[in-house]
Design a protein around this ligand. Structure first.
Ligand SMILES: Nc1nc2c(ncn2[C@@H]2O[C@H](COP(=O)(O)OP(=O)(O)OP(=O)(O)O)[C@@H](O)[C@H]2O)c(=O)[nH]1
Ligand SMILES: [Mg+2]
Length: 255
């Protein structure tokens, strides 16, 4: 067998390498921390929410949005969703590249900032219409709210002496109203907890004016720059859907 044939045979077995994201659709990459239940417990992060952990996730999300040039990002708990315009063409839309490089940026950024080695997994979601993208982000936000309520109830019961099994059993099958009331009985008003805990955090680009000096014309000039905004006061439900739609409508892509 000649070298070229051998080379081709080996390359052909890189079976998934030619897979591309469908053209012309919205792309969301979702990353999730691997075994973060164990990691957050052994690293002694506060339960159910820890400010330093939250900041590490925001830093990781910023790095992904900057390096991959997404248009919006959302983070809650140990997960991150990144939205890309339909004509996004990083890595020639190669699926393997998109998931492996995004997971490696997240793992490296978090590990570097935290000093403990962590891993993220990564997957791709495709949206054929703007309304699907709106539904996607509303879905993740609803998950954040549900998990925040459950987490607060669980750890409130645990810190008042309940065992793991008793706290789990006390919440099993209970309604949202019951859980809100349980917290209230322990002096916690769920609606007054920090918004980032209940609704997650959004990151997006904003324009700002930067004053500079033009030495040739010898005068001050104002230029437009963009920077990442970290929004810890996201709206919720329908209003969050409208908020997401603004990012989509700002793109030229057709629905
Ligand atoms: N202490 C603490 N833990 C957190 C915080 N945010 C997220 N976590 C942990 O991260 C976990 C995320 O849930 P999962 O992604 O389902 O659990 P996982 O252990 O990462 O499992 P896999 O993703 O399947 O590998 C939560 O269950 C919490 O244990 C936080 O602010 N403080
Ligand atoms: Mg996880």
């Amino acid at each position: 067998m000649d070298n070229d044939t051998f080379e081709q045979q080996m390359r052909d077995l890189e079976y998934f390498h030619s897979l591309r994201l469908l053209p012309g659709v919205w792309v969301v990459i979702r990353l999730d921390g691997r075994s973060f239940s164990g990691f957050t417990a052994s690293s002694k992060f506060d339960k159910p929410f820890d400010l330093r952990f939250h900041e590490l996730m925001v830093q990781t999300t910023s790095s992904l949005l900057e390096q991959l040039q997404g248009i919006y990002a959302y983070t809650e708990s140990d997960e991150i969703s990144l939205l890309f315009r339909p004509n996004w063409d990083f890595f020639d839309r190669s699926l393997e590249k998109v998931v492996s490089i995004s997971a490696s940026i997240a793992s490296a950024t978090f590990t570097h900032a935290c000093g403990t080695i962590v891993n993220f997994d990564s997957r791709v979601w495709l949206g054929a219409s703007k309304s699907q993208v709106v539904d996607y982000f509303r879905w993740r936000q609803a998950d954040a709210t549900r998990c925040a309520l459950n987490g607060w109830c669980y750890w409130t019961l645990r810190s008042s002496g309940a065992s793991e099994a008793a706290a789990t059993a006390a919440l099993e099958g209970q309604s949202t109203a019951f859980k809100n009331e349980l917290l209230f009985q322990h002096g916690i008003n769920f609606n007054e907890l920090p918004t980032w805990q209940r609704r997650g955090v959004g990151l997006y680009w904003e324009e700002y004016e930067k004053e500079g000096f033009n030495p040739i014309e010898n005068k001050a000039v104002v230029t437009k720059r963009r920077r990442l905004k970290v929004d810890e006061e996201l709206p919720m439900k329908d209003a969050y859907g409208d908020f997401i739609r603004c990012f989509l409508d700002a793109e030229k892509a057709a629905d």
